[in-house]
Design a protein around this ligand. Sequence first.
Ligand code: CA
Length: 229
Amino acid sequence: MNNGVGAKKILIVEDEPKLASLLNDYLVQSGFYAHRLSNGLEVIPWIKDNPIDLILLDLMLPGKDGIDICCDLRRFSNIPIIMTTARVEEIDRLLGLELGADDYVCKPYSPREVVARVKAIFRRIDSVGKSGESDKVFSVDAERMEIKFTGVLLDLTAVEFRLLASLIKQPGRLFSRDQLLDQIYEDNRIVTTRTVDSHIKNIRKKLSGISSALDPIVSVYGVGYKIEW
Ligand code: CA
């Protein structure tokens, strides 16, 4: 097992022992530290005692299913979650439930693919730099309410800043319009989810004015938005 200092820690929640062991081997070979749990009831208590960097979460589990675990986890943690399911048609339903998972992978999958998805999530998280790091795609200065895109300062309104900063904070995570509204308006003013669409449209225009090659905001039809690069 790789216990190297600095290795990202991944929790594999999977009740098929062979699959769990295969995933474990691939992750360890790729330089990650991995821990396995097979019963859904063990997950939340374990995570509270053991800080980790990402969870691979199976949907169908004994004890407690992946949906319930995901909802419980999101009450206290923003840790990246990749949900795995045996049914491709489940994915649409899961997206609709707005669980706050970061990615979904359908079984049967190749462990190589899962490792690639894991790396993609860490790459996106690591590429959100602090202000002043001009080689980053995005850099956020929360105090000044400034965001740089490919090193160039964006001219954003306060609402646009909050919206974009929320998306950047959790790259790859799909947000519904309602979730984004909660992030951008502190008061209870009457706004509709259409408001989010028009702010996103303006942000996109500003981003493409700086780099038309990168189009990092992804809209998922009927669900909402996420950011990826
Ligand atoms: Ca299962």
